[in-house]
Design a protein. Sequence first.
Length: 332
Amino acid sequence: MSAALGVGGALGLPVAAGIAQRDWHALFWAAAGFGLVCLIAVVAVVPESPTYREARFDYLGALGLVAALTLLLVPLSKGAAWGWASPRVVGMFVCGAAIFAAWTVYEWRRAHPLVDLRINATRAVALTNAASAATGFAFFAITVVPILLLMAPSESGNGNDLPMSAAGALLMPGGLTMVGFAAVGAILAKKFGGRIALAAGGAMMALGYVIAVLPLAAGWHVAPWYVVMISCTVSAGIGAAYAVMPALIMSAVPQRQTGEANGVNSLVRSLGTSVAAAVVGMLLAHFVVILDDGDAYPSTTGYLAAIGVSLAACLVTIVCAVAIPASAETPS
């Protein structure tokens, strides 16, 4: 499944670029169409789990989680524009935190919660989820920074003037690298254990971001081939890390809860990416260079800040992975 993510990303970049160059509205319609096809395929082809058990869907829990995340993420992404001390930003943060606290109490007390907090509070699961969130955070920058470095005009100080289609094609190797290193992650997990494989994935991601920092900090031009190398290195770590997370989760929970626990792990990973979208987007939008025509592009400081927080997330992944109990180390 981790390999499939890489395939989708590798093929999606040039296809999306080709569609967006003609009409960016069509890009969203195409994404909606693919989503509909996936929904039909799941219903028609994917068999029911043998461990399926009847349970009522927690609508109130789902609504509370959506409300809390929305109220926390929106001001995070808009804080610079609205003002961090503005009543709107402060009010949304306070309301989001209050709703999240109430949601936690509500979920803890339910017999059939949306998220089983007791299972997810165990050390092995909690640390794996924390590593997943950090990996999801680190993943976002590699989807944004390389494409900006390739497409931005050279006048911005960090750009290669490439069209969208060419930039998308150059990032295909990153997605394909993710495919190959998903298998490498499984091999590492089998030989050394899941937590070591996860830590190795985090280290590979960190190496990629260090490679990205070097020319930017030195004031050198970041050539297209170098951007491809950054993308492939970080993607290799992501592929290896994503491949071992489900095995770590499944080894730490009862069999009847593996689906639920892996679902929460995927949610946490997506949440990390969502937070990164707000944080990285804010940094890239705040530190900019204004060209003569009035267009704004990320400055060197913006790139370094975005890469810096992503590098920190990689280190969190490594620390959490090493701290996972040895009992959670199982072959992939």
